[in-house]
Write a protein that binds this ligand. Structure first.
Ligand SMILES: NC(=O)c1ccc[n+]([C@@H]2O[C@H](COP(=O)([O-])OP(=O)(O)OC[C@H]3O[C@@H](n4cnc5c(N)ncnc54)[C@H](OP(=O)(O)O)[C@@H]3O)[C@@H](O)[C@H]2O)c1
Length: 223
């Protein structure tokens, strides 16, 4: 089983990778995130969790990435293909009215939360099984479906991601399983930026949230 996770070093991404390895220690993970040291720390965590196959670590800052980086990634994965893809990366610049939203922050939110999923799907879809066994999981947010004031580029990226996933689902016509999920509040750097005063202990543990996602990506549940 070969599964690519982007945003792999985030709170939910890490928990998802760990959950997959605990359920299937031989799973081959391709882990994307911005910072190499954080990917290496995740590699250590997965070994401790019982991983029997070294993951492929792909450090890539989406705000600096171009089409070539994604094409290169696809080439590296061609021989064995891919069973599933989980899209988790996102960035938030905090809550601002639109006239205070900096163009750079808007640009970065879209590059991470919308352009990167597009590029990944554009290059990797052909590597996913076309017999209905391939799976794409997109992690969204309530603000994707229902706009909220001040959520800026993050909200707009999620809205675009929702459309991207729905287009993909309809185009796939059952040849690919596509699932959009919205986690409940989980303590993370991203969440902390928007709700700084929150008690992290009152929120849902990441492991609990990702358990059904892991089962689904491994083909052990239908969602
Ligand atoms: N936590 C919640 O309550 C909550 C609620 C609703 C939806 N979600 C969604 O759940 C997903 C995961 O969120 P999280 O809470 O786990 O967030 P997080 O812990 O802040 O993780 C964010 C991830 O995105 C990656 N990332 C950020 N900027 C990047 C860039 N420029 N290039 C490449 N990767 C970049 C980070 O990589 P580095 O670690 O290398 O920086 C990290 O892996 C997101 O899609 C979020 O919208 C979360």
């Amino acid at each position: 089983m070969r599964i690519l996770i982007d945003g792999a070093t985030g709170v939910l991404g890490r928990a998802l990778a760990e959950q997959i390895i605990r359920a299937e220690p031989a799973a081959e993970l391709i882990l994307l995130a911005r910072h190499k040291p954080r990917l290496e720390a995740l590699d250590d965590l997965l070994r401790e969790a019982g991983a029997t196959t070294a993951p492929m670590l792909v450090p890539l800052d989406y705000t600096q990435a171009n089409a070539g980086h994604f094409a290169e990634l696809a080439s590296a994965l061609i021989p064995e293909g891919l069973d599933a893809l989980a899209l988790l990366a996102a960035t938030h610049s905090g809550l601002h009215p639109l006239d205070h939203l900096k163009p750079r922050d808007f640009d970065q939110s879209l590059k991470v939360g919308l352009y990167a999923p597009y590029w990944l799907l554009h290059h990797l879809l052909r590597l996913l099984k076309a017999d209905g066994g391939g799976r794409v999981l997109g992690v969204s947010d309530d603000v994707g479906a229902q706009a909220k004031p001040f959520w800026g580029g993050y909200g707009i990226a999620k809205s675009g991601l929702d459309t991207l996933l729905e287009q993909l689902r309809q185009e796939a016509e059952g040849s690919l399983a596509v699932r959009r999920v919205v986690p409940p509040p989980v303590a993370s750097p991203l969440r902390g930026l928007v709700y700084p005063g929150e008690n992290p202990k009152a929120l849902t543990p990441a492991a609990e949230v990702v358990a059904p996602w892991a089962d689904w990506l491994l083909g052990r549940s239908d969602g």
